[in-house]
Design a protein around this ligand. Structure first.
Ligand SMILES: Nc1ncnc2c1ncn2[C@@H]1O[C@H](COP(=O)(O)OP(=O)(O)OP(=O)(O)O)[C@@H](O)[C@H]1O
Ligand SMILES: [Mg+2]
Length: 297
């Protein structure tokens, strides 16, 4: 016999028949972010970006919804923009759309005012999965881009040596990727991208496989690269501490379909050394981000 008891409009976590929600689920519609246009031509513009995947059976998965942001071009000044969000929310999808690997379902991506329709040399991507060419040595992998561009051998060698030393792989230059650990393969991918000097570097959780010490070294390398090469780096991570350490600006993303919940500008730390990580100044920014991610509903 049917009863008149109506289910509560908002099921509470832990009630029979409900699934547990994560703190970020509860925050889904509670972001503070409001998109703002920059003056002049931005380095990067995401304009109402939406991506829905459709598989061959016709099932659709909406990964990204209404992501709008501008990254200003700051001549003479590198910048690191971090996307911080939960697993599966759509971070890699956003990066692939910027790389030109994935056409948006809705909206557009502009780099230097030009719509992105394909991959281009102005953008370089370090993928989440290892992507070394197995039939090339470490050095040949790193020199791959310059070789395609016809850079003379001597110059190529000098450049590859510089980047191999920076990522700590000089002594493995003549080895093949199969002889390397996961973290080492990722460092090959980083060197292979940086050697091309792209103006927009897209890094998809590049340090996920590294031990903490190597990871800190790579974070510092990233800061050096950003300051010296005047490029814009879009950097994806789950790690709040890593986000604060490398970012000029952090965008906190919602679960899928992802959109921007918050924008946090990280104060400019005079020198970002390892000692900074234990300072109150650093911990305060970390806490600010954690409070945003885990704020009570
Ligand atoms: N090629 C694809 N076809 C169908 N669905 C996809 C495809 N690629 C990603 N997705 C789905 O889109 C959503 C977002 O995926 P994406 O890889 O962008 O997440 P992510 O934030 O990078 O996650 P992680 O932190 O685990 O790498 C996921 O639900 C995923 O299953
Ligand atoms: Mg990903």
């Amino acid at each position: 016999m049917a009863t008149n008891t109506k289910p509560p409009l908002t099921p509470q976590q832990g009630e029979p028949g409900t699934v547990a929600v994560t703190p970020s689920d509860r925050n889904l519609k509670r972001g503070t972010y409001e998109a703002q246009r920059v003056d002049g031509t931005p380095k990067l513009r995401l304009d109402d970006l939406g991506v829905t995947y459709i598989d061959r059976h016709g099932n659709s998965t909406e990964a990204v919804r209404e992501v709008t942001l501008d990254v200003a071009d700051k001549p003479g000044c590198g910048e690191i923009i971090v996307f911080l969000g939960p697993s599966g929310c759509g971070k890699s999808t956003i990066l692939k759309a910027v790389a030109g690997l994935l056409p948006p379902t809705r909206g557009e991506v502009f780099v230097d005012g030009v719509p992105v329709t394909d991959v281009g040399r102005d953008r370089g991507m370090v993928f989440q999965a290892y992507t070394s060419f197995s039939w090339l040595t470490v050095r040949e992998n790193v020199e791959y881009g310059p070789r395609l561009q016809g850079v003379p051998k001597e110059k190529r060698r000098a450049e590859s040596q510089k980047y191999l030393e920076q990522v700590g792989l000089a002594e493995f230059a003549e080895r093949y990727p199969k002889d390397l650990s996961g973290g080492m393969k990722q460092r090959v991918a980083i060197a292979r991208t940086l050697i091309n000097h792209p103006k927009l570097v897209l890094m998809d959780e590049p340090f996920g496989a590294l031990d903490p010490q190597t990871r800190w070294g790579m974070q510092s390398l990233l800061l050096d690269v950003s300051r010296n090469e005047d490029n814009t780096i879009l950097f994806v991570t789950h790690d709040v501490s890593e986000a604060v350490y490398v970012a000029d600006t952090v965008y906190v993303l919602a679960p899928r379909p992802t959109h921007i919940l918050h924008r946090v500008d990280v104060p400019f730390f005079e020198s970002r050394g390892i000692h900074l990580k234990s300072s109150n100044e650093f911990r305060n920014v970390e806490k600010q981000l954690l409070d945003l991610i885990y704020a009570p509903a």
